[in-house]
Design a protein around this ligand. Sequence first.
Ligand code: SAM
Length: 216
Amino acid sequence: MDQQLTDTPVLPRVEKSVLARPVHVSGYAREGRDFYATPAWVTEALLHHVKLRGPVWEPCCGTGAMSRVIEAAGYQVHSTDITDRGYGQAGVDFLACRTVPAGCQSIITNPPYGETGVHVGQSRSPSAMLRFLRHSLALMESVQGQLALLVRLQWIPGQRAAGIMTAAPFSAVIMLKDRIQWFDMGEETNRAQHHHAWVVFDHQHPKDQPPALLFA
Ligand SMILES: C[S@@+](CC[C@H](N)C(=O)[O-])C[C@H]1O[C@@H](n2cnc3c(N)ncnc32)[C@H](O)[C@@H]1O
C-alpha cells in the first residue's frame, strides 16, 4: 500500500504494519440487515453529472449494484463490503480502513443509514452516517480525491451534517427528482418513501467556487 492518511483529528495514528495493508479486514462476515440494492438509474444519474478522475472504491458494495454501473461506464472499481454478499471483497470494515486501495481516486457508495440495525459495534443512529462521511472525507483527502454519497434529502440540512459539509470541499448536490424504488430485499425496503440526493465532494474543488445544485 503506497498511500497513507495525513494526520487529521478524525483518524488516529496507526502502526506502520497496519498501514501496509490495503484495507482493514474485520475477520468476520455476518449477514447485516441494512442492505438494499440501488437501482441502476441512480448511479447513472451521478455519472451523467460527475466525471471521475480514476479508479473508484465502492466500500459498501452489497451485491454490486453500483459497482456494475460504474464499471459499465468504463471505470475500474474496487468493491468491498463488511458482509459477504457474493460480490467483491468481503469482510472489509470500511470504518476501520486507514488507507485507500492502491490507485483509487474516489469513493462512491450508498452508505448504511444505520436505522435498521446493522453490525455489532456499529452505531444505529444518524451519527453513523456522520462518522461515515468524516471517515470518507479523510480517506479521500489522502489522495486529493472525490467522494459521492447517496443520502436522504432531509439528511443534508441537518445541523451536524451541514456543518461538516460546509467545512468540506463540497462540490455538488444532485437531487433525484424521482423517488427510489429500492430493490426488494424484505425489511420493507421497497417503499419509495423518501427523496434522495448525491452529495459530491472533491478535494481538488476550487475553494472559491460554491457547490453546484443539479437535478437528475
Ligand atoms: C444500503 S446497502 C448498499 C449496497 C450497495 N452499495 C448498493 O447500493 O446496492 C449498505 C451496504 O453497506 C454494508 N456495510 C454496512 N456497514 C459497513 C461497514 N462498516 N463497512 C463496509 N460495509 C458496510 C452492508 O453490508 C450493505 O451491503
